[in-house]
Design a protein around this ligand. Structure first.
Ligand code: ADP
Ligand code: F6P
Length: 319
């Protein structure tokens, strides 16, 4: 029977991670477990940065973004010897299970630890919504709100000057934030990796549009696949628009977690404890519609992200 359970957050922080931690801590205490936090992701396992916590630990952070136990990226955790060192440290402390909140990379670490004797449960924590085993990830809803609110503010100034606003949005090779925000703001264009072939059409259309002296133009661009500055120069020089680029950057990760974010994150934290209490490990939790489900981590990582043609079609109607 699992007695001592650790919690860690890994990869990019996401709003709602704190709520998931608090849900798990409270569920653990309810089930009679000793709960530990591990500071700074997988690095904390190597540095034995473990702290035993009571049920009210950091409860005042429930509504705060970020992660109150810090996060880290530790590339060397891919090495077997480093994972074995982590397992040794956990065993020495008597911790026999771990909840890992993070993205795909963090899930791999969790699976490797499970294979080496520490039962792990992965919770999907990332603003990017790029974990196919969950309809939504912890952080996505809040981040989307931040993005949409920021775009609304940009449009207020942009339309006052009949400008073209280009807004670059995070996602780390997942277009969901850009696509969902594009629909929510009725953006004129969504430029994503999977629709890269639309750029030339857009340039031609903008040349024609300029002749009609439009109120403003809003273009959303997914990060990390084209040079947004070069795109702005093209729109300025070839289409004649006074164009400005806003790279939203890390402000996207810092929004106050939405109520739905907290609701789902707390549910996932509690569910993870229930799974561990049943002796289940090496799995990750996801939302399937409104239902919590779990899958083997390797199976989950093999799942393909859904095609979003239906969403692009909606955007084509409302743009
Ligand atoms: P995310 O979890 O958000 O996808 P990363 O891909 O940066 O973020 O992964 C977070 C951390 O997970 C990495 O810094 C590393 O410590 C660990 N990790 C990533 N890939 C693996 C792997 N194949 N095996 C073990 N640990 C991994
Ligand atoms: O994975 C979350 C994310 O915010 C991505 O959207 C973004 O590309 C990346 O992390 C930024 O990472 P960093 O915080 O290391 O700059």
């Amino acid at each position: 029977m699992i007695k001592k359970i650790g919690l860690l957050t890994s990869g990019g922080d996401a709003p709602g991670m704190n709520a998931a931690l608090i849900g798990a801590i409270r569920a653990g205490h309810k089930l009679g477990k000793e709960m530990y936090v591990v500071y700074e992701g997988y690095r904390g396992l190597l540095e034995k940065n473990f702290v035993k916590v009571d049920r009210d630990f950091n409860f005042d952070k429930l509504s705060r973004p970020g992660t109150f136990i810090k996060s880290a990226r530790l590339p060397e955790f891919k090495n077997d010897e480093v994972q074995l060192e982590a397992v040794k440290n956990l065993k020495e402390e008597g911790i026999d299970a771990l909840i890992v909140i993070g993205g795909d990379g963090s899930y791999m670490g969790a699976k490797k630890l499970s294979e080496k004797g520490i039962n792990c449960i992965g919770l999907p924590g990332t603003i990017d919504n790029d974990i196919a085993s969950s309809d939504v990830t912890i952080g996505f809803d809040t981040c989307l709100n931040t993005v949409v609110e920021s775009i609304d503010e940009i449009v207020a100034t942009s339309s006052s000057h009949r400008r073209c606003a280009v807004v670059e949005i995070m996602g780390n090779r997942c277009a969901d934030l850009t696509l969902y925000a594009g629909i929510a703001t009725c953006a004129d264009y969504i430029i994503t990796r999977e629709r890269a072939n639309k750029i030339e059409d857009m340039i031609s259309e903008l040349k024609e549009l300029k002749k009609t002296n439009p109120d403003h133009v809003l273009i959303l661009v997914e990060e990390k696949f084209i040079d947004s500055n070069a795109l702005v120069d093209r729109i300025t020089n070839e289409c004649g628009f006074d164009t400005r680029l806003t790279v939203l950057g890390h402000i996207q990760r810092g929004g106050t977690p939405s109520a739905m974010e907290r609701f789902n994150a707390i549910r996932m934290g509690v569910f993870a404890l229930e799974l561990l209490d049943k002796g289940i490990g090496g799995v990750c939790v996801g939302l399937d519609g409104n239902n919590l489900v779990y899958r083997d981590i390797y199976e989950a990582l093999k799942l393909e992200s859904p095609k979003r043609d239906d969403l692009y079609a909606i955007h084509d109607i409302v743009k």
